[in-house]
Design a protein around this ligand. Structure first.
Ligand code: SF4
Ligand code: SF4
Length: 104
């Protein structure tokens, strides 16, 4: 019998980026310290200082083309919400559905 493929192994974030372009309300700051937030360049921080700056729904720190090849310009210092979103989790599936019409 074939083992089912685990979702997180079938999702490649570097050729996706859907969660980084899901909603301007998504990459919001939460439990980051002031020191952590100070590391994020001001050009990528929203006007209300509460999250990442977005153009429409897309985070300005996202480089590249959705569904092709993407990268986070501030990967090492990205907000907590970005660290906790995991390939295959509910947020991931919703974002992929929105952009690609299917989750997997
Ligand atoms: S939507 Fe899922 S697969 Fe796509 S970048 Fe985000 S976590 Fe990775
Ligand atoms: S900070 Fe980076 S990981 Fe977070 S939403 Fe923006 S591009 Fe995506």
């Amino acid at each position: 019998m074939t083992e089912p493929v685990s979702l997180d192994e079938s999702f490649d974030c570097q050729s996706c980026g859907a969660c980084c372009a899901y909603s301007a309300d998504w990459p919001r700051f939460s439990l980051e310290t002031d020191e952590e937030l100070d590391l994020i360049p001001a050009e990528y921080v929203s006007a209300d200082l509460g999250g990442m700056r977005c153009e429409d729904d897309r985070c300005l720190a996202l480089n590249g083309k959705l569904g092709d090849h993407v990268g986070c310009k501030i990967y090492a210092i990205r907000p907590i919400v970005c660290r906790t979103c995991m390939p295959g989790d509910d947020e991931c599936l919703m974002a992929r559905e929105k952009h690609f019409g299917k989750a997997a």
